[in-house]
Design a protein around this ligand. Structure first.
Ligand SMILES: C[S@@+](CC[C@H](N)C(=O)[O-])C[C@H]1O[C@@H](n2cnc3c(N)ncnc32)[C@H](O)[C@@H]1O
Length: 318
């Protein structure tokens, strides 16, 4: 099948391949048979990615999908009439992994990707595709009827944006879905630095990681009204037995110590300019950052040195 993917669009192949490969290998972290089916229909030889991507890439991909899936399942179990919006959905088959038989689901991505999605992933009664840039407010009009309980997911997306773009996106989401929830992954500046070398080697064109951070404080600086419900290192909720080998387990622990990738689960302000309320937040924990927050800054490839420093975090009740 012809795949008109270039640059940032093409980056969707990396997580897709990671999910499919792990599923074929019988991973205990993630099972995604729909991703395997998409790879087979895609008819592209993705094995080249194994040569250019770091072995940790697949681990990050499946741990991130697992963490976001768990957040989505929890949200769906708390809300009878939930809407999930998968931002920068790529060829993600999260709907097939977490669907509870009731949710309304929207996959939003750039037009070339939505076109490809249309050809590769059969539609269902409760899934809708929205073509457009999430950085332009127009797409939110297609999320109808106006949802009562919204969860926005952004998997492997925000790192490609500059801080100003993320601010814009958060403002669009806050205006459209006040009080809704949002979950996304964040990479450290060091992950971005090493990742950019791999992106170049993997033929991802102009796509570059641009924004990285170590702590929830950096996210709050982008949108002070955002209520951080929970934030945790990407492998923190997995057990030794989840990993296929001792090597993977050690790699995951070392990545978590460096805060290489972490997850944020947050609530959008209820009204523009207001503070989110506290209902539902009591169960959550978040990470209290220490003085190293000063390291958080948008990524400037080529001039970034701070990534080699270690940052420690402690958890505290929200
Ligand atoms: C690394 S891929 C992640 C795909 C998917 N979330 C996953 O985890 O498999 C990044 C995705 O973000 C999409 N994207 C990048 N910029 C975008 C924008 N401004 N609006 C909508 N989608 C965008 C790309 O087309 C691509 O599908």
């Amino acid at each position: 099948m012809e795949t008109p993917l270039a640059g940032v669009n093409r980056t969707l192949l990396m997580p897709l391949w990671g999910r499919a490969k792990a599923t074929r290998a019988g991973s205990r972290i993630l099972s995604d048979p729909a991703a395997v089916a998409v790879v087979e229909r895609l008819d592209l030889d993705l094995r080249d990615l194994d040569r250019t991507l770091h072995p940790s890439n697949e681990l990050f991909t499946i741990a991130r999908a697992r963490a976001l899936d768990d957040i989505a399942r929890g949200f769906l179990s708390r809300h009878a009439a939930a809407t999930v919006i998968n931002l920068g959905a790529g060829l993600d088959t999260a709907f097939h992994r977490v669907d509870d038989g009731r949710a309304a689901w929207f996959d939003v991505d750039l037009p070339a990707v939505i076109d490809l999605r249309q050809r590769l992933i059969p539609p269902t009664e409760r899934t809708r595709r929205v073509a457009g840039s999430i950085l332009e407010p127009g797409w939110v009009r297609e999320v109808t009827p106006r949802p009562a309980a919204v969860l926005c997911l952004a998997s492997g997306l925000l790192a490609y944006f500059r801080a100003c773009h993320i601010r814009k996106l958060l403002a669009i989401l806050a205006a459209a879905f006040p009080g809704g929830e949002l979950a996304f992954d964040v990479q450290s500046p060091a992950t971005n630095l090493f990742g950019n070398r791999r992106l170049r080697a993997s033929g991802m064109g102009e796509a570059r990681f641009r924004w990285g951070a170590f702590s929830a404080a950096a996210v709050r600086r982008l949108c002070p009204q955002l209520e951080i419900l929970e934030s945790f290192a990407i492998f923190a909720k997995l057990a030794r037995d989840d990993f296929a080998s001792e090597r993977d387990w050690r790699m995951a622990r070392s990545m978590d110590r460096m805060r290489a990738m972490w997850l944020v689960h947050a609530r959008l302000p209820r009204q523009p300019g207001s503070s989110p309320g506290d209902d539902g937040a009591a169960d959550h924990r978040h990470v209290v950052p220490r003085a190293e927050d000063a390291l958080d800054q948008p990524m400037d490839p080529g001039s970034q040195r701070s990534g080699s420093r270690r940052t420690r975090f402690r958890s505290a009740p929200a």
